[in-house]
Design a protein. Sequence first.
Length: 464
Amino acid sequence: MANIIQPYIFSWQDVDADSDLGRLKLVLDSLPDEEIVSTLERKRANGCNTYPIRPTWNAVIAGIVFQHPTIESLLRELRRNGELRDACGFDPLLGAKAVPSSSAMSHFLANLIEEQALINQMFDTLVTTISQLLPGFGEHLAFDGKPIPTYSTGKMSRKTGRVSDPDAEWGTKTYRGTNKNGSWEKIKCWFGYQLHLIVDSSYEIPVAFEVLPANASEASRLPVMLDKLNQDHSEIFDVAKYFSADRGLDSAEINRKLLDELGVKPIIDTRQMWKLEKQDDSYDPDQEITRPLFNDRYDNIVHNERGTLFCVCPFSGEQRQMSFRGFEADRNQVGWRCPAACYDYCCKGRKQCEAAALGRPTEYGRVVRVDLNLDRRIFTPVPRDTNSWKRCYAKRTAVERVNSRVDLVLGFERHTIRGLAKMQARMGLALAVMLAMAVGRIKQGAAHNPRRFVTPAERLPAAA
């Protein structure tokens, strides 16, 4: 007798059908989709209702939950899987005949794509709900751009003279770093689109997104996204304290907007833009470049491009990092303290240093205050070489994990999407599914372990 093989139902292994359907039910119960479903029903009006709107909509959501790469793959599964049809709400008496045809599903999706505003509204409603359910939601925010290749090679057809996705553009992203062999650089090129994502980096949950052609600038789009997020979700900026991004967003304008307009401290790595010193014959690549803090007078205080202050001992010429003493919001200044006074070690030039600056030595030591407006790109409320900055910046990896889930859990690693409108609608639905799963998990009492909101099914317990 031949071995009986368990049917392959969904894309996640070692999970029975009931647990998968439980996940689908969790999402469908949490999605605020009445407005979009009602709108689609009004569009149909007195048209043919062979395939009702509500079950068809539920089927589209099921395709995202179960990672179907194409609509045809989803329709085949619906025709084969009676339990899935029942979960979506198709008439059980009709069996496989209740499943929409390919043309009917295509027509439904064309109407759905036209309702991008309602998709975005559904996403925003979920963000508001989560902000009410989770304590401290939005305190730590992070931004990143993610390449989304289109289902097109980007090559021009010899017959038509056009590419198969005319909305898409070529994009490049440069990654740099250092290792034991020195500095390295990697350039990634792709044809398609780019996802700009703002997430809560503590809970790893998206709060804002946009999808644009791949050549869109992150630096120019971030201020627009921040304004829209503040307009739609001012409650997030009521609690937001830190906003992290990679060095590609390092600019005086972004730092000023975050702190002055939104009251959020920027945690953005700095680019190495000081090049004048490298042209000097005395330049030592092993020695960090520093410049005088005050150009209008003689002083022994210098700073690096990361905004850290150093004092140069007038006796030995040794350069020592000063101790950061905090940000004074009312003055818009950061304060630094004499390291010898702070760490209580002997500095032979301390009295000379203090006498030159203060007119007399002090027990507390010299304090230097730096106005952020001296250089808004370099000087920030949380200096980059402090432990506080490093802890906050480490949270930025949360947005990279969310990007990974966009690929692996929400199906963008393998897709057949072409066209900006389709990509925007599909991304909006996928992120709404992620948020709906988060809402469902929170209401189930899983808020103590927020990173499991959108973990793949094989590592989650069955939904209640």
